[in-house]
Design a protein around this ligand. Sequence first.
Ligand code: GTP
Ligand code: MG
Length: 193
Amino acid sequence: AIVGLQASGKTSFVNVIGSGQVKRSFYPFDSSLQFQQWSEDVVPTVGFIFRKVRKGNVTLKIWDVAGQPKFRSMWERYCHGVDAIVFIIDSADPEKFNTARFELHQLLGQPALIGVPLLVLGNKNDLEGHVPVKDLIRDLQLDKISDRPVSCYSVCRPSRASLTMTLTLIFQCSMKSQHNLDIVLQWLAGRSH
Ligand SMILES: Nc1nc2c(ncn2[C@@H]2O[C@H](COP(=O)(O)OP(=O)(O)OP(=O)(O)O)[C@@H](O)[C@H]2O)c(=O)[nH]1
Ligand SMILES: [Mg+2]
């Protein structure tokens, strides 16, 4: 399940990892087939979106849950029984960190979710003034979480141009380190049962 405040980039993240998959099934040099699903314009999610994304021999089943205040009480329901909780935060918007920390710890405090591994993604690291991982860990008080494995990475959605280039230049080359998407996918695949 992917949760986080509104506009933190959850749906964009799923679209990016999903479009990489769509691409891989096509001939890599035929750019006309690229980005059928990927777009930089995303509308706020209402409720949730369920997506299946195949990566190698692992199929990720993803609940992309809406982040606006009226939907946050749904987060817990979609986190029940999952292999991992992914919490996405807009790392370039520190004014929202207090709210994000509150919502995250509120969610993790639910007895049914004890032990479920947590992946925190500080998104939008392409924007100036974004907060690095070290500070995110402090501001979200991730170091206080002791009842589950926790990982935190700084990520961003690749620009359309760089995503085209990376994927067109044959898929085995990994994304630029700024994006960190390959690391994140490995982490997710490693949590799956
Ligand atoms: N600069 C930048 N913008 C991003 C990035 N990821 C997402 N965005 C933008 O952030 C805005 C919100 O993205 P969404 O993916 O809709 O956010 P969300 O978390 O799904 O929002 P809700 O569905 O309302 O909870 C969109 O305009 C995206 O284009 C990123 O890595 N960098
Ligand atoms: Mg969304």
